[in-house]
Write a protein that binds this ligand. Structure first.
Ligand SMILES: [Zn+2]
Length: 363
């Protein structure tokens, strides 16, 4: 059976990550803090699930005027994304709790909000985290012909407008994930063209059980309780909110002019050592915005996340200072946009630049 294509990283500059790890380990030893979430994360999890359940229950149980229903659909979409950022992401990395059982239970939160935790671990933990921004291996940077997200991707004339039409596409992202991507990947055994080990029965069963649960609460129950055409715009509003939030937050870190991209087609080895590669392909933003950090589950500290995915997101603000310092001393370009708006504008600029006809058209 074919397996995921392997890519080597340069071994030059190996001391950077060694020193970084030593300093981060020393921080946890000195402070006595756990590398996992603890009570702060349990509280955050409770808040996210209460937000989700509250929005859903009000939508289902109360006879609302249309505008209030629209606001609650947006609230539900934000809460679904919030569970994704804060609960499922850490749990699937094994950084939610030091107890394996708790991590396993929390992983399933992704299945409850429509995705497949089993497929996510291959797509995100293996492909995206190992081969960040490497064309042909990191599937997050490949949205098909409609979007040109990396300089090595083929250019089409309509990419000139991609900075405009990307938003409705992002809005469809959740629907595509729920209804198409997971099923296609399970059936074909490939994620973005890369084969992955055939799922064991438990992986398939978990995915299908999760899909049945999700479709039941998200679509069947509302249809039984309120058989009205109004459900269609409410579904679209909630799913568009989730899709936009997930896509934008994940894209701000890697789809920016400050984040490097690499092509795997011409070389068996990347020019940078793995940890340096992670720093140069990833951008942080809005370090000082505590509300945003809370909502996006520390994904504004993506450099720290890419270097230390086994450490819970609640610890990233503290270790970001160590990362910045060690990067400075090793001359590794660590970049953090000061605000979310600046990161957003950088993303739009990047999409605009990649949409212009390149001097040399790739492939
Ligand atoms: Zn991750």
């Amino acid at each position: 059976m074919s397996t995921i294509r392997k890519m080597r990283f340069s071994s030059v500059g190996g001391n950077f990550f060694k020193e970084l790890k030593e300093q981060v380990d020393a921080y946890f030893e000195r402070t006595g803090k756990s590398t996992k979430g603890g009570w702060a994360l349990y509280l955050q999890t409770t808040a996210m699930f209460l937000w989700l359940a509250g929005s859903y229950t009000l939508l289902m149980a109360v006879d609302l005027n249309p505008w209030l229903a629209v606001l609650l659909a947006i609230s539900l979409g934000l809460a679904i994304a919030g569970v994704g950022f804060n609960v499922m992401h850490d749990a699937n990395h094994g950084s939610y709790s030091k107890h394996r059982l708790v991590n396993s239970a929390m992983r399933f939160s992704l299945d409850l909000i429509g995705g497949s935790s089993y497929l996510w671990r291959h797509k995100h933990n293996v492909l995206h985290h190992t081969y960040t921004n490497i064309e042909g291996l990191d599937t997050d940077g490949d949205a098909g012909a409609l979007l040109r997200l990396a300089p090595f991707q083929k250019w089409h004339w309509f990419h000139r407008y991609q900075h405009v039409y990307v938003w409705p596409l992002y809005a469809l992202f959740a629907l595509k994930w729920w209804f198409a991507d997971d099923f296609r990947e399970l059936i074909t055994g490939r994620i973005g063209g890369q084969p992955f080990p055939r799922p064991k029965a438990v992986g398939v069963m978990t995915t299908l059980f999760g899909k049945v649960l999700f479709f039941s609460w998200a679509f069947v129950l509302p249809l039984l309780l309120h058989p009205t055409w109004w459900l269609i715009p409410l579904w679209l509003i909630a799913s568009a909110t989730t899709g936009l939030m997930l896509a934008v937050v994940f894209q701000l870190a890697h789809c920016a002019a400050e984040a490097k991209h690499f092509d795997a087609s011409t070389t068996p080895e990347m020019p940078l050592e793995w940890a340096v590669h992670q720093v140069t392909t990833t951008v942080d933003f809005a370090h000082k915005n505590r509300l945003l950090s809370w909502y996006v589950g520390g994904l504004n500290f993506q450099v720290e996340h890419h270097l230390f995915a086994k450490i819970c997101h609640t610890r990233y603000p503290a270790i970001s200072k160590i990362v910045a310092e060690v990067c400075r001393s090793y001359d590794v370009p660590y970049f953090a946009q000061p605000t979310a708006l600046k990161a957003f504008l950088s993303n739009v600029r990047y999409l605009y630049q990649l949409g212009r006809k390149p001097m040399r058209v790739p492939r």
